[in-house]
Design a protein around this ligand. Structure first.
Ligand code: COA
Length: 217
């Protein structure tokens, strides 16, 4: 729901113009009857393929994020037969790009996807609750092209599962088939090609465990 308190907060912070807020409200909440709040330029193709669970509410381009302006467009593209499940209150910052070509993307409660991050889904990406996905991260569950070895195409698509309360540092890449355990931290600029155990800091290219951690905040 686009509640009045959200409108007031956004206008006070000069994060959204009244016109943009009302356009967002009209386009999505009233016209499509969807719990989507929009504070900056956004393309959703196609809103009917969004699914909301557990009080799901998608907030797009709302709140301060110093690297972007209200002109940075967020794009959500969900192809026929695919879906994006908003499992609780989910925040996407300005300029993020989400493309679900097939399968399902699930993002959990109070997870934040920061500006300019890209999530590309060909089979399945699940992101748990309370995660912080930094800016300029890429999460790809497909290589898009198959590498041939001994005349055989190698598998190039596999689901990604990111647990609860995971922090993925800026400019990191999370590649196909990886599971990142609860409470893990991926250091900036890492390329995650293998599973990350829970409560573990990984870093580097390819990302390797650095140490176990108790908590991050
Ligand atoms: C994850 C992070 C917070 C860990 O910081 P830290 O606990 O102080 O870690 P340290 O600096 O002690 O590093 C531990 C080891 O990992 C290595 N390391 C840390 N970050 C690394 C990185 N991004 N890439 C490669 N190696 C890295 C260090 O060189 C060090 O190696 P050594 O033990 O051989 O000397 C930090 O590395 C990081 O990535 N910060 C940026 C986070 C970010 O993206 N923020 C954006 C806002 S969401």
């Amino acid at each position: 729901m686009f509640r009045e308190s959200i409108d007031r907060q956004l206008w006070r912070e000069r994060e959204v113009s009244p016109v943009a807020a009302w356009r967002g409200r009209l386009r999505y909440e009233l016209r499509h009857r969807l719990p989507v709040s929009i504070g900056s330029r956004t393309v959703i193709d196609y809103p009917g393929r969004l699914e909301f669970r557990n009080g799901g509410h998608l907030r797009i381009g709302i709140g301060s994020f110093g690297l972007t302006t209200v002109r940075d467009e967020t794009v959500i593209r969900i192809r026929p037969g695919a879906r994006f499940v908003v499992d609780g209150q989910v925040n996407l910052h300005r300029g993020s790009r989400i493309v679900v070509d097939a399968g399902e993307l699930v993002i959990g409660h109070q997870t934040m996807v920061n500006g300019f991050t890209k999530i590309l889904v060909a089979t399945g990406v699940t992101i748990g609750s309370g995660c912080n996905i930094s800016w300029n991260v890429q999460i790809l569950d497909t290589d898009f092209h198959a590498v041939h070895v001994d005349g055989e195409p190698q598998p190039h698509t596999a689901p990604i599962v990111i647990g609860d309360h995971v922090w993925i540092g800026t400019n990191s890449l999370v590649l196909k088939g990886v599971t990142v355990g609860d409470g893990a931290v991926v250091a900036a600029g890492s390329v995650v090609t293998k599973d990350v155990p829970a409560s573990t800091l990984v870093a580097g290219v390819p990302a390797k465990p650095v140490r176990t951690i108790e908590h991050w905040q």
